[in-house]
Design a protein around this ligand. Structure first.
Ligand code: GDP
Ligand code: CO
Length: 399
């Protein structure tokens, strides 16, 4: 891949957010003598071998809840070969066992493509036991099983990735119609890690566009209602601390993102659909140096690098209706509102916005979702003793 370096960035304490970077070539060819100018060039080459090496140490987590099987099949097909795939499903098992069907699809594709994979169900008691064994009770519901929610599924993915001692993790939604876009997203992840100089790195995908059919024409729209609002208010938060207006954040709701495991183990995660915007909030809380109250762990002088890369492929996923969109806005803005670092001024603006959009009523507050503590604070050895990957899939370690 050839990818642009970013010369602009915004800094809040030890959080560096780089301006959007573009992809210049999906395939940059093999390693070889560099062009004499390469060192000074703003577009960097990541040779295929470099991508493969990073992908060898990367897990791709695919959260799924009752999506079309054809879409899951396409998603799995698009993930580059060296990555280990972990599908975390919260699909129905009652009347029709959708999880079983998903398992068949994943097993089938991975068998013919000679790939390693794990597939787990969010409500598997053995998964709950892993968390319980290390004293991580917040994520367990009254039934003793992992709670519902996308974030909760992602946390399972992060724990398994850590137990498998992989270095990087990337997330890919399972409701995507274009396998080619999945391939590009993962290549962007490995390019970010290949180029990054920090072991506390996060990458987030800015979709090139989201095609929509309007009056029988295709419109390649760029911003949805949720991301427009969440980006705006996260940028407002930064500008209230720095005193300078900014529009640096363009990926507040990026479902497609990747994190170096060193960083992921030190981050708290917002429940359900607060997960993506809360990534930013939590990094500001922990590394932004804006409020001593929230500097919960000893992060020393670690500098977090956040890269936002614009894909070339458009993004086409399932449309889940207006109620889902309103719920996402409430969750996203709520995660900003309820942070200890949210200034009063911004709280007032958020309430006004949510009332205007008729998402909350006169005397209501934005929804407050749970925050799950960083996994790194818990006794992982206990979980390690209990974890047997062979129970959940195939670890063929073929390359
Ligand atoms: P949007 O794309 O952000 O509007 O949200 P989606 O509804 O498409 O959800 C994003 C991804 O998370 C999809 O792949 C869903 O199937 C998956 N997902 C949603 N809820 C859950 C859940 O409770 N558990 C798991 N494991 N995945 C979920
Ligand atoms: Co979706």
């Amino acid at each position: 891949m050839r990818i642009e370096l970013s010369n602009a960035f915004e800094r809040l304490g030890n959080v560096l957010i780089y301006g959007t970077q573009k992809v210049y070539a999906l395939d940059a060819g093999p390693e070889g003598p560099n062009h004499p100018n390469d060192k000074y060039f703003v577009v960097r080459k990541v040779a295929n071998e470099q991508s493969w090496n990073v992908e060898q140490e990367m897990v791709i987590v695919v959260p799924i809840k009752n999506e079309k099987l054809k879409l899951l099949e396409g998603v799995i097909t698009g993930i580059p070969h060296n990555c280990l795939i972990i599908v975390v499903s919260n699909s129905d098992r009652d009347d029709v066992d959708r999880f079983n069907m998903e398992k068949n699809v994943v097993e089938n594709i991975c068998h013919f493509s000679k790939r390693d994979f794990l597939i787990v169900h969010q409500k598997d008691p053995e998964i709950a036991e892993l968390f319980e064994s290390m004293g991580y009770a917040d994520i367990l519901g009254e039934d003793g099983l992992i709670r519902d929610g996308k974030s909760e599924g992602m946390l399972i993915g992060i724990l398994l990735t850590q137990l498998l001692q992989k270095k990087y993790i990337g997330f890919i939604d399972s409701d995507n119609y274009f396998p080619g876009s999945i391939y590009e997203y993962v290549r962007i992840y490995s390019s970010i890690f290949s180029l990054s100089k920090s072991d506390y790195t996060m990458g987030r995908i800015l979709w090139h566009s989201k095609p929509k059919a309007i009056n029988s024409n295709i419109l390649f729209s760029k911003w949805g209602r949720v991301s427009r609002l969440t980006n705006y208010y996260l940028n407002r938060l930064i500008s209230l601390y720095t005193g300078f207006e900014t529009d640096i954040i363009k990926t507040a709701n990026a479902g497609e993102h990747c994190i170096s495991m060193n960083l992921a183990m030190n981050m708290d995660f917002g429940a359900g659909f607060t997960v993506e915007p809360y990534n930013y909030i939590n990094l500001f809380e922990k590394f932004g140096g804006v409020d001593k109250l929230t500097n919960q762990s000893d992060n020393g002088n670690k500098v977090v690098h956040i890269h936002q890369v614009e894909s070339r492929n458009p993004h086409l996923h399932e449309s889940k209706g207006n109620e889902h969109v309103n719920d996402m806005i409430d969750n996203s803005l709520g995660s900003i509102f309820h942070s200890l670092i949210c200034p009063l001024e911004l709280k007032k603006e958020l309430i006004k916005e949510l009332k205007k959009a008729k998402i909350i009523l006169q005397n209501e507050m934005p929804v407050k979702r749970a925050v799950y503590k960083a996994l790194g604070l818990f006794d992982l050895n206990k979980a390690k003793q209990k974890f047997d990957p062979d129970k959940f899939g195939h670890m063929l370690t073929t390359v």
